[in-house]
Design a protein around this ligand. Structure first.
Ligand code: DC
Length: 232
């Protein structure tokens, strides 16, 4: 182990930058907890779809806020449960991916989830522990005091290729043209929404991963946490 992480590492950026893979590996390497906030937005979107209500309307907020969500922050076995059911596989499917930007643009949904996220982060930090948190607004909104904020980027084409490979590995259709169109659509929606749009925090380290392997990115992150005195 690289030493034990103390405090929060905020990992932001659009989809397909390798955020989840490197965040989980960083948490494992530093004996820290791991929180995938995108999974939380996805699980609430699944609740909205199951309820059959319009993801852009007020009924979606009512359903999302009432849903019972449980996030397991162990990087060896991260899990998300909706009303007691493990929904990890279902939240990665095309229905949820198609509707998640609409649900996550609703200010009341964000407010409810940010409060939950801060609770989970506080629990991980209590007693001197650490947590790696990935999402879109972690450094800018959820934990503005995080001692390390990283913003991962990559070109649309590289991100679409990675996303497609991930989909195919999970047994879902992952043709490049469709995936690229979806990456573009979600980037546009996530970056243009009024509440907490996707952007790098002013004090984030920006890392372009186009030419970097997962191991390269992990090495860079381990250097950052050591340089900042976050591992002991
Ligand atoms: O990281 P992901 O692709 O699983 O995230 C799914 C969606 O959730 C993404 O399109 C934007 C939204 N999201 C968000 O708005 N804020 C976060 N902190 C995490 C995800």
């Amino acid at each position: 182990m690289a030493g034990r992480l103390h405090g929060v590492v905020a990992m932001d950026g659009p989809s397909g930058t390798g955020k989840s893979t490197v965040s989980r590996r960083l948490a494992t390497a530093c004996g820290a907890a791991y929180l995938d906030t995108g999974a939380m937005y996805r699980a609430l979107t699944l609740a909205v779809l199951r309820a059959g209500v319009d993801p852009t309307g007020p009924d979606a907020v009512a359903v999302a806020v009432a849903a019972e969500l449980e996030s397991v922050t162990d990087p060896a076995a991260p899990a998300i449960r909706l009303d007691g059911e493990d929904v990890e596989a279902e939240i990665r499917g095309p229905e949820v991916t198609g509707a998640v930007s609409a649900v996550s643009a609703q200010p009341a949904v964000r407010e409810a989830l940010v409060a939950r996220q801060r609770g989970l982060i506080g629990a991980a930090e209590s007693g001197g522990g650490g947590i790696v948190v990935e999402g879109r607004d972690i450094g800018s909104v959820v934990v503005p005091h995080a001692p390390l904020k990283v913003y991962l980027t990559a070109s649309e084409e590289v991100r679409a290729a990675r996303r497609g490979a991930q989909d195919r590995k999970a047994g879902r259709a992952g043709d490049t043209v469709t995936v690229l169109a979806d990456v573009r659509r979600r980037d546009r929606l996530d970056s243009s929404r009024k509440t907490s749009p996707l952007h790098a925090a002013a004090d984030a380290v920006v890392l372009d991963t186009d030419a970097l392997s997962v191991d390269d990115v992990l090495d860079a992150l381990l250097c950052f946490v050591v340089e900042r005195g976050l591992v002991r």
